[in-house]
Design a protein around this ligand. Structure first.
Ligand code: ADP
Ligand code: MG
Length: 446
């Protein structure tokens, strides 16, 4: 079999373990390997959309899958059939020295990371480590649920250190890779060449990243190896960064000595992002993808998808893809988002959102939605707008700044003023009180 085909098939089986079957069928099953150009695998996608999607959404998965394969191929180039001729005369180049910067995803940097209350401590600690590895927090132990940014933070540290010092001897491995490496090293007998290679590889590092250490469960041999690696690095002041889905104390399957080592530096967590952070993440991602999406829809997605950041990104990608597919210039109607995300959010039960409140207010006063969130100063419109603002604060308890931005006010002093004014009216004016009650009823029935 041709080399490109062999590598592509191996890559596919890795990728299949990383993404959903549906995405796999949709995005990977129709791709054909073409050739190898230098140390990159060139594959052909049937349509331009595939190319964009693979480059944007699945590039990480592809890179990670490649890393698992242990090949000289370090990237995949996706082309469309009309670009095939560009690759008529290319030659593969094998045995290119592995380059540390390949280990890190260039999109995972401090700049692309949105900081909020859920991750600010981990972020600050990571920056400190990146600026002065080995000296401040050693080891740095970051823990938290899936999709909350642990890997991103680790890569950001790696990218930063390599930018400062391209010669730094850095190694980033997933725990799986570390286990495989270790298993490989003891396959033969104990003092083999392989065994020495393993020791040398890890003990000569300046910075060592071990991702998802919870996967050491049941691997006692590797735990032992990690313990020695850890000690060697630690004693010589080399930086260690570890991530896990839980606090070291809860890694009960690890030997106590390893658990206590993990805690001798700084342990910090990443937790679920609040709505403000989710909004900021969506805004940043939409902006970086040059995708036009209305503020209201960003809020809608952020409200609906509160599980983790990976899902949040996935939801945005789906909306983008849907718009590309149907040549929609910009996402500005709630129906687009609802259709694109029909599998991800419950669109039948109207979970409460700002949108619902604005809709109900619009219906009640018979004023179009865009005027309620717009700038018109007519008395009746302003009043409806103020009621909507009041209800948003009252029923959703969103931060005032968030509400301010939604309704197009630069700062939230107007929101405070409005809230207090309507609250006062609700107490003193029976008509206003009745209107508020009626709209609440409409909202609650949705
Ligand atoms: P974990 O390793 O904790 O499972 P990842 O680091 O893989 O999570 O993050 C999942 C996805 O969410 C990645 O694409 C990452 O870039 C993105 N992400 C996570 N946290 C943030 C953040 N604070 N700002 C921007 N993107 C983030
Ligand atoms: Mg991770």
């Amino acid at each position: 079999m041709e080399e490109s085909k062999k590598i592509w098939n191996a890559l596919l089986s890795e990728i299949a373990t990383r993404i959903s079957t549906v995405s796999y069928e949709m995005w990977f099953s129709k791709i054909e390997p073409l050739t190898i150009s230098y140390n990159k695998l060139v594959v052909v996608a049937p349509l331009r959309n595939y190319k964009a999607m693979l480059a944007k959404e699945y590039h990480n998965d592809i890179l990670f899958a490649l890393a698992q394969l242990n090949t000289y191929i370090n990237d995949v180039i996706v082309i469309t059939p009309d670009e095939k001729s560009d690759y008529d005369h290319v030659q593969p180049v094998k045995e290119i020295e592995s380059d540390a910067s390949m280990l890190f995803n260039s999109n995972y940097t401090f700049d692309t990371f949105v900081v909020g209350t859920s991750n600010q401590i981990a972020y600050a600690a990571a920056q400190a480590v990146a600026k002065d590895p080995g000296n401040l927090h050693n080891p740095l132990f970051i823990y938290g649920g899936v999709g909350l940014g642990k890997t991103h933070i680790m890569h950001a540290i790696g990218n930063y250190i390599l930018h400062d010092n391209p010669r730094a001897n850095i190694c980033y491995v997933t725990t799986e890779q570390f286990v495989n490496d270790f298993v490989e090293s003891i396959k033969n007998n104990k003092d083999s060449e392989q065994n020495r290679k393993f020791r040398d590889k890890y003990r000569k590092l300046d910075v060592f990243f071990l991702d998802d250490v919870q996967f050491l469960i049941g691997k006692t041999g590797t735990q032992e190896a990690l313990f020695h690696t850890f000690n060697d690095l630690y004693q010589t002041g080399k930086q260690i960064v570890i991530s896990s889905d839980r606090h070291p104390k809860e890694l009960s399957f690890l030997e106590e000595r390893l658990r206590s080592r993990f805690q001798c530096g700084l342990t910090c967590d990443v937790t679920h992002p609040d709505i403000e952070t989710r909004i900021a993440i969506l805004q940043k991602k939409a902006y970086s993808k040059k995708f036009n999406i209305s503020q209201a829809l960003i809020y809608f997605i952020a409200e609906k998808i509160d599980s983790n950041i990976r899902e949040l990104e996935g939801a945005l990608s789906k909306v983008i893809f849907y718009c590309q597919l149907y040549n929609i210039e910009s996402a500005d109607s709630i129906d687009i988002v609802k259709t694109a995300l029909k599998d991800d959010i419950d669109v039948t039960s109207h979970a409460l959102s700002i949108d619902t409140i604005v809709e109900a207010t619009s219906e009640y006063f018979n004023i179009p939605k865009n005027e309620i969130v717009g700038k018109k100063k007519m008395k009746n419109i302003v009043f409806a707008r103020q009621i909507a603002i009041y209800l948003t604060n009252d029923m959703l308890g969103l931060p005032l700044a968030t509400i301010g931005r939604y309704f197009g006010y630069g700062d939230h002093t107007t929101i405070i003023y409005t809230r207090n004014k309507i609250a006062e009216m609700e107490k003193k004016d029976t008509l206003t009180a009745m209107q508020i009650r009626d709209i609440k009823n409409i909202v609650e029935k949705r």
